[in-house]
Design a protein around this ligand. Structure first.
Ligand code: ZN
Length: 438
């Protein structure tokens, strides 16, 4: 592996504090870290006597790697298995029975490899996962060379990966210790939801996260039913309930956050809770539409999530943001909400802040990890360019992404994974599908 890489682009979209875009710029990467950013000709001149590897060209846009704020990666193996159903029927009659039959270390490893391949090719360099068999997720992440925040799922009921909450919590603690200083894996704890975890389990999860200084990942107010059930059971709405029991401490990402009233939005802003907006999953399961424009106005850290591919049905974060922007404009009757710059923040620096990883990720700045995406702009549907943010958010497709760097390593080059056999991963997924079908 070369020591120094220089990535050049017509636009370097930094997403730094000043929101700088460097035209005809270059990014210098050394040992996984961004060393400097500047004008392309000056950088090329400065390094001309050194053996460097050059990526990108005068038709490229270079941007921070995208962050997928909420997914269940291994569920790609259930992609398309049960569509057009409400969440409850989908979960209880299809997904949970299939999971109880097929969930295993091998299933999670093979599924996560496929998901990582799909995410890398569509520009995601870090994903926030919630699932089981976390060691298998971590092995897949290392094989595929992507970054991941891996949350051990916590439930009050048994699955093939554990008997009860205490066993899941023990696994979470072991995982947190094992991957404390890993370059690709950040351990997390993921109490599934308020309707699958008791108050005691929720609080134990939070304590475990605080003790280990790791993020918390939970599903919250995904459906109207969840809110109604919570009011019936606890006499209050979900966000108020979690706030009052003392759950909201530390680095928390709440997935979905569809059904929020103004009081709940204020609580989330005050408690600095991150939100993973999963518009396609919410639309497909008819869960509702999250009040993202209102959350953004209150400065809540909103990121985009795909949710699992079983309810999406892909892990394409660029597709997700484009739909999210248009839906918010539609439901608010205000075309100014979720402008293109806000959308770019929702893919990069905001979810990094919610996850507590913004010191290393989420923007192109010297000293940060070199998680980078290079897009080829020399395509009919991307020309002409008046505003590069607009080109990326509204016109680009993930197939326009050519090179993807994780930790400075060029993992995807010209659209191909450099370290794995893509056909083998796809064949493995089909092998699982044959077993699941029969
Ligand atoms: Zn989910």
């Amino acid at each position: 592996m070369q020591d120094i890489s220089i990535i050049i682009g017509r636009y370097i979209i930094t997403m730094n504090e000043k929101e700088e875009i460097i035209e005809n710029g270059a990014v210098v990467v050394e040992k996984g870290i961004i060393r400097e950013i500047g004008k392309g000709n000056e950088i090329l001149d400065k390094y001309k006597n050194l053996a460097v590897h050059i990526y990108g060209d005068e038709n490229s846009a270079v941007m921070p790697g995208f962050i997928n704020s909420h997914t269940h990666a291994a569920m790609v193996l259930f992609r398309g298995i049960a569509d057009d159903l409400p969440l409850k029927v989908w979960l209880t009659e299809h997904i949970w029975p299939k999971e109880s039959k097929f969930l295993s270390q091998e299933f999670v490893f093979d599924g996560t490899c496929l998901a990582c391949l799909e995410m890398l090719k569509s520009g995601t360099t870090t994903f926030n996962d919630m699932y089981f068999f976390t060691d298998s997720i971590a092995s897949a992440v290392k094989k595929m060379r992507i970054g991941a925040v891996i949350g051990q799922g916590i439930l009050d009921f048994p699955t093939p990966s554990g008997k009860n909450a205490d066993e899941y919590l023990k696994k979470a603690q072991d995982f947190a210790e094992k991957y404390k200083n890993d370059p690709l894996v950040i351990p997390a704890v993921a109490p599934h939801a308020i309707y699958t975890c008791s108050k005691e389990t929720l609080l134990k999860s939070k304590e475990l996260a605080l003790k280990n200084n790791i993020p918390v990942h939970i599903h919250l107010s995904e459906t109207f039913q969840e809110v109604e059930d919570c009011i019936k059971k606890n006499g209050k709405r979900p966000v108020v309930y979690l706030n009052e029991i003392g759950f909201f401490e530390g680095k928390i990402t709440a997935a979905h956050a569809v059904w929020l009233n103004d009081e709940e939005i204020d609580i989330m802003a005050e408690r600095e809770i991150g939100v993973a907006h999963c518009i396609e999953s919410n639309l497909k399961l008819s869960s509702g539409i999250a009040p993202i424009a209102r959350l953004v106005k209150k400065r809540v850290r909103v990121g985009m999530g795909t949710d699992g591919a079983a309810s999406n049905n892909n892990l394409d974060i660029l597709e997700e943001i484009s739909i999210a922007a248009k839906i918010q404009k539609g439901i608010t009757a205000d075309p100014t909400v979720l402008n293109v710059k806000t959308c770019m923040k929702m893919l990069t620096i905001w979810p990094a802040r919610a996850l507590g990883i913004d010191k290393e990720r989420g923007s192109i700045e010297s000293g940060k990890r070199a998680d980078l995406v290079v897009m080829n702009l020399n395509k009919p549907h991307l020309q002409p360019i008046y505003d590069i943010y607009s080109t990326i958010i509204y016109s680009a497709k993930s197939s326009d992404i050519e090179d993807v760097f994780v930790n400075g390593v060029p993992v995807i080059v010209k659209g191909k994974h450099q370290f794995c056999d893509e056909d083998e991963i796809i064949n493995k997924a089909n092998w699982w599908a044959e077993r699941i079908k029969s």
